[in-house]
Structures are given as structure tokens and as C-alpha cells.
Design a binder for this molecule. Structure first.
Ligand SMILES: [Zn+2]
Length: 303
């Protein structure tokens, strides 16, 4: 069984396999970006949170969505934009634009059956409960720290009941356990991210898919390293430290890298085929950010 599809057009626009492929289309985008900037500047005049109605891929319905100005920023031309990927949250399910795009990709592009075996690297989030409603076989986990063993179940962790600990660089799961591995804004917090890609490939069935979001710098060919960890386990900062919200830690998570297009080559080297950056934009589904991508790659069939 698969999920009911929208009769509205999908807000998936295109998929790109390299920066060169994206750049040939970037000229078309620049005109759109001017329109988006003008719209965002008009909205800024109120400086108030507001609601729009749009299609939610998780609720399979048109729902009210709330736009706030948290994390808003300016572009080089001086236009001010809401952090569109992080806002426009559906009032019904609570998912923001970025999380709804990932669900749209699973249901409308991959046609994921409801029975798919899914591992998602989060467990204490709103997203995780939505995944549990949409799919029958979902395993979640959080990274709880170096004192826990992979696969260990922590009880009563920060009032979250039973939480499974997993480290993406050494998962406790057997080879070929899952049809889908999902992460949302996790890989930028892992210093040895290439190793985590290999580990995700290992636990996927041949032909299974890794689908994820990360903050993506689409004007960069190469990933920019912000920090590394040396042999003694000490963090070395190359750029000023940047921390993002973490559901199981008040300190937040350090961002180790700003991903560029070589991310797709790193996925290929880790045993994936057809790595793609899937472009999302469309007001009718509440996706209004500057080019925003959901990444996908399939585990190569075994030789
Ligand atoms: Zn919703």
C-alpha cells in the first residue's frame, strides 16, 4: 500500500546530479529569486508571524501553516528572508517546510510503501511521531553521547521515556536491515561524515535509499570544513563555531561542515548510486525558500 497522492502538482521541481548540471539551470532561477526577494521584503513590512494555507504532504490535506521570522537573514542584495526551510509549519502535524518536503519526496517521488522498513536518526521529535503514523515499521534513535553503546535503550532520558542510542558511524543494525534510512540536518554535525555514509549503505538493503536534508551551499563546488576532531578527540576549529538546536541536548550541536556539491561524489564513493539533489519550491505546498534540496541516493546492488 502507498500513500494517497495529492491531485495538486508535486512541488518537487527537478533533480541534479552535479554542480555543472545545476549551474546550467541557475540562470532561470535568478529571475525567480528576484521575485522571491520582493515577496519576502513585502512580508517583512509587517514583521509579524502570519498564516497561509497550503498542501501538507504529511497530513494529505490543505492546512493552515504558520510563518515566523525566527532565524531570518539577509541575502547579498540586502533582501530579508524568513528562514523558509525552518518555518511555514503545518498547524495540524507541526512539520516545517524542510520536514514536509522530505515526506513529499518519500511518498510522491519514491512511492514508498507504508510497509517499508525505515530507520530514522531521531526519536524524540515531532517528525518521528509523524513517521510512526505514516509508516508501519519505523525505528528511531538519538545520539546520547559517548557513554552509551550502539543499540542501547536509555530509560527516562530527559523525560522522553525509552530512547535508543545509535552512533551513525557504527550502527548496531545488521547488514541490509532497512528499505530506507532517513536523517534530517544531522550529517553536518558528524566530523567523519563519509564514514557515516558507508555505514548507512551497509544497513540498507540493495536498492534501498538514503534520503536526507542538510544545510546546503549550492554555490560551493566543495564542502567547506568548519571544524575537525584530532587523534586525541579534541575539536579543532577552522571557522568560528556554529551551533544548531539538538532535541536531546541544551548545548546544541556543533556544525562541522558546510556541504557543497562534492557531497554527491562522497555518496558515490560510499557505495551509493544515483546521488541526487532534489529541488523543492512551491507556495501551494508552503515551500518558499531560496533553492532548497532533499538529497537521495540508492544503495548499489551487491556484486
Ligand atoms: Zn501537516
Amino acid at each position: 500500500m502507498t500513500h494517497a497522492k495529492s491531485h495538486l502538482p508535486s512541488i518537487w521541481l527537478a533533480s541534479f546530479g552535479s554542480k555543472a548540471e545545476f549551474d546550467t539551470r541557475a540562470a532561470e532561477l535568478s529571475a525567480q529569486l528576484e521575485v522571491i526577494s520582493a515577496m519576502d521584503d513585502r512580508m517583512l513590512q509587517s514583521r509579524h508571524a502570519f498564516e497561509i494555507k497550503a498542501w501538507c504532504a504529511a497530513c494529505s490535506a490543505v492546512t493552515p501553516m504558520r510563518v515566523t521570522w525566527h532565524y531570518c537573514g539577509t541575502n547579498p542584495a540586502g533582501s530579508v528572508h524568513p528562514a523558509w526551510t525552518e518555518t511555514c509549519a503545518c498547524n495540524r502535524c507541526g512539520l516545517n517546510s524542510r520536514m514536509r518536503a522530505l515526506i513529499d519526496f518519500l511518498t510522491s517521488q519514491l512511492n514508498t510503501p507504508t510497509s517499508a522498513r525505515i530507520y530514522i536518526a531521531e526519536q524524540t521529535t515531532v517528525s518521528f511521531s509523524v513517521f510512526q503514523k505514516l509508516f508501519a515499521d519505523v525505528t528511531g534513535s538519538e545520539y546520547l553521547g559517548p557513554d552509551y553503546k550502539p543499540g542501547e535503550i536509555a530509560t527516562g532520558f530527559k523525560n522522553h521515556g525509552h530512547v535508543r542510542h545509535e552512533d551513525l558511524s557504527r550502527l548496531s543494525f545488521a547488514d541490509g536491515s532497512f528499505d530506507l534510512v532517513l536523517t534530517q540536518d544531522v550529517f553536518e554535525h558528524v566530523p567523519a561524515y563519509a564514514k557515516t555514509f558507508s555505514e548507512c549503505a551497509r544497513v540498507l538493503k540493495p536498492g534501498g535509499a538514503l534520503v536526507f536534508t542538510v544545510p546546503f551551499f549550492y554555490d560551493q563546488a566543495k564542502t567547506g570544513i568548519r571544524a575537525t576532531v584530532d587523534a586525541q578527540g579534541t575539536i579543532q576549529h577552522i571557522l568560528p563555531p556554529e551551533f544548531h538546536g539538538n532535541p536531546v541536548s541544551n548545548e546544541g550541536s556543533l556544525c562541522f561542515q558546510n556541504f557543497g556539491w562534492d557531497l554527491l561524489e562522497t555518496l558515490q564513493a560510499a557505495g551509493f548510486t544515483q546521488p541526487k539533489a532534489n529541488l523543492y519550491w512551491g507556495p501551494w505546498a508552503g515551500h518558499m525558500g531560496v533553492p532548497f534540496f532533499v538529497f537521495s541516493a540508492h544503495r548499489a546492488a551487491l556484486n
